[in-house]
Design a protein around this ligand. Structure first.
Ligand SMILES: [Fe+2]
Length: 651
């Protein structure tokens, strides 16, 4: 969900409010209809509405059918707040702010979303307040050839105790599971410890990413932005409008999805906003990264290093044209050296791009934003099972006209494992599902209406056989390792499941040195479909290692796996233990691609204790070489990364 997207929605709401109003307002309807293309076209330049503009629109709204619904609640009370005579020059802004606050406080009731016992580790935690040494809690041993650095993971940690819903005359609106202010959880590995600890010191810290809206709500010390994604369409539209009027933006900025490094600087990011620079030692938020305004649109959560270069390939999708733009950031991080509009005809939810040595790989799948659909009472974000799907291959510095598009089977793929050139072919490996886990579920009401069915556990004997699935929706949220081969000479496409359907996995990772070039190994978090369905939230009870160049065991293929299925090793956790943010750590001086470790946060839901596991990737099914107990709970979250830091200082 993006800022500009919501701005456009609010503009349309304005027009709809006006056009549906009284007879006098009917005259305005004609004007509004004729002005809509202009409004949409010019809205890219729209600045934050002035207070007087806000009040003007609010007055119009009050006279519309929309606001007639609230008049019985408001009339009379308004006069208690609005002075009979307003000294415009001195008090207008304060008064209008108070009016808007009063409107929201009167019309909307914030309600805490309930967390089920099985959702307890999705609850937020408090900030620790500083670095804590955890060296003494290590079971096992940090390997001698493990690099110094920081293992850091991002994830939602909503303010004020958890996700909220609102109740009002417009219905209900709710935060959904991908929202919540970002919190960074960092584990620092440094060689300044005692010999008895192998020379290692390990420290832990956590801290919120302090975006502009985080600071605003923190300063107000209460929930202020109305939830604006899940729930009833009228309530969502009302939330857009009131958030915009009060704060100049339709929703909060959640920097909660990933962390990356570029040119020695570190950033937190979510795809609804631009990256936030982070002091990697203190976790302090240092501010926006937008190249002096050169990138003035949403920014991907998965920026990609161009193979053979230190340049960074980025993208950002939006709900209005230009729906999708690609950018390239210079190696020193100071300049946006390339930016093009892909001229897509729809707004696809384009979570991750791929890079190869010469190309950018673009995933245009039928999970789309559509503002008109929202205004007409439908979902803003929807997956169309019958919509077209295609993968584009664009020269690194190409443009819309130089993209070669390949039609593929409709699917919903958020994450790419790797992409690379192989002779005449561009190969793309990803985690493919047949439906979207976003925007649902939300924790407020309807999650159990659809998630268990689309994510229904299936017995191993039935997982590979579509004929045994009773509904087309059953199991559609299972994501599987998948391959597309795009022939740049013939234009042909071949695609296949890499692991059959035995393994359901997502959040893939590889040795970063092989990003964009042919590789042999990949890793992913294994979905626990039973626990996920029971809790209505995704849980991962193990890790998988994919051997792209080795076939699966004959015994597995005879159980119904695909003939060409590749070998998969697993590292499963004990019951009631679930991981997030797994990342590959290359071994210092390692010679082979899989020389290294997976590192991941693991939470035990019985003991309510969180750990970090270090698992040797060459002995994947062995016990972790180190388990580090953390001083506080780490809620489940999104992406993690290990980033080397030389000679860190923590004083
Ligand atoms: Fe992601």
């Amino acid at each position: 969900m993006t800022q500009r997207l919501r701005v456009r929605a609010v503009e349309i709401i304005y027009l709809q409010m006006v056009s549906r109003g009284s007879e006098r307002e009917g005259r305005r309807r004609d004007m509004a209809s004729s002005c809509m293309p202009f409004q949409l076209k010019c809205s890219a330049l729209k600045k934050k509405p002035s207070i007087s503009e806000n009040i003007y629109y609010l007055k119009n709204s009050l006279s519309s059918a929309f606001m007639n619904k609230i008049q019985p609640f408001m009339m009379g009370k308004m006069e208690q707040v609005i002075p009979m005579k307003i000294d415009v020059s001195k008090t207008f802004k304060n008064t209008s702010d108070k009016v808007l606050d009063f409107l929201v406080d009167s019309m909307f009731e914030f309600v805490d979303q309930e967390y089920l016992p099985s959702q307890s580790n999705f609850r937020p935690v408090d900030e620790l307040g500083g670095v804590v040494a955890v060296t003494s809690s290590i079971r096992g041993k940090i390997p001698d050839d493990f690099p110094e650095g920081v293992y850091i993971r991002n994830g939602p940690n909503p303010l004020f105790g958890g996700f909220k819903s609102t109740r009002s005359v417009f219905g209900r609106s709710s935060h959904i599971w991908v929202e919540g202010e970002g919190m960074l959880h960092a584990l620092y590995f440094s060689r300044d410890g005692d010999v008895s600890d192998g020379g290692w010191t390990v420290r832990y810290n956590n801290r919120h990413v302090e975006t502009e809206t985080f600071k605003l709500e923190k300063q107000r010390n209460k929930p202020s932005f109305l939830p604006a994604i899940g729930g009833d369409s009228p309530a969502i539209l009302a939330a857009y409008l009131l958030n915009l009027l009060r704060f100049g933006k339709v929703n909060k900025y959640y920097s909660n999805t990933n962390v990356f490094e570029h040119s020695g600087k570190f950033y937190s990011v979510a795809e609804n906003h631009i990256p936030q620079e982070i002091d990697i030692i203190t976790l302090e938020t240092l501010g926006n990264w937008d190249f002096s305004g050169a990138w003035n649109r949403p920014f991907t959560s998965h920026a990609k290093r161009a193979p053979g270069s230190e340049e960074l390939v980025i993208h950002g999708f939006d709900a209005v044209k230009p729906y999708m733009e690609i950018g390239i950031i210079s190696a020193d991080g100071k300049e946006l050296i390339h930016k093009v509009d892909l001229k897509l005809s729809r707004s696809s939810f384009f979570h991750e791009l791929g890079t190869t040595e010469r190309y950018n790989v673009l995933m245009d799948f039928p999970l789309t934003f559509d503002i008109n659909r929202l205004v007409n009472g439908g979902p803003l974000l929807e997956y169309n099972h019958e919509g077209y799907a295609r993968i584009g291959v664009m020269p690194r510095y190409g443009d819309a006209d130089s993209i070669r598009w390949f039609k593929v089977e409709p699917n919903c793929t958020f994450h790419i494992i790797n992409s690379f050139e192989d002779g005449d072919e561009v190969v793309v490996w990803g985690c493919k599902a047949l439906d979207s886990i976003i925007p649902g579920p939300d924790m407020a009401s309807t999650q159990f209406g659809w998630l268990p069915r689309k994510f229904r556990p299936t017995s191993p004997s039935k997982e590979n056989d579509h004929d045994t699935i009773s509904s087309v929706d059953d199991g559609n949220l299972f994501s599987h390792a998948y391959e597309w081969r795009l022939n740049m000479q013939s234009g042909e496409v071949s695609e296949r499941y890499l692991t059959g359907k035995r393994f359901c996995m997502d959040f893939p990772m590889i040795n970063g040195a092989f990003s964009g070039v042919k590789n042999r190994y990949g890793y992913a978090q294994v979905v626990d479909s039973v626990a996920s369905s029971a809790s209505g939230m995704l849980k991962y009870n193990g890790l998988a290692k994919l051997h792209f160049e080795e076939p699966a065991d004959v015994s597995l293929r005879s159980e119904g796996q695909l003939e060409e299925a590749i070998k998969v090793e697993t590292h499963m956790f004990k019951e009631n233990n679930f991981c997030t943010g797994a990342s590959f750590v290359p071994k210092q001086g390692g010679f082979e691609e899989d020389d290294g470790w997976l590192i991941t946060f693991v939470h035990n839901e019985v003991t309510n204790i969180s750990h970090v596991y270090v698992i040797e990737t060459k002995k994947f099914s062995n016990e972790p070489v180190a388990k580090i107990t953390l001083p506080c709970r780490v809620p489940y979250g999104f992406h993690g990364a290990f980033m080397p830091i030389s000679s860190p200082t923590y004083d």
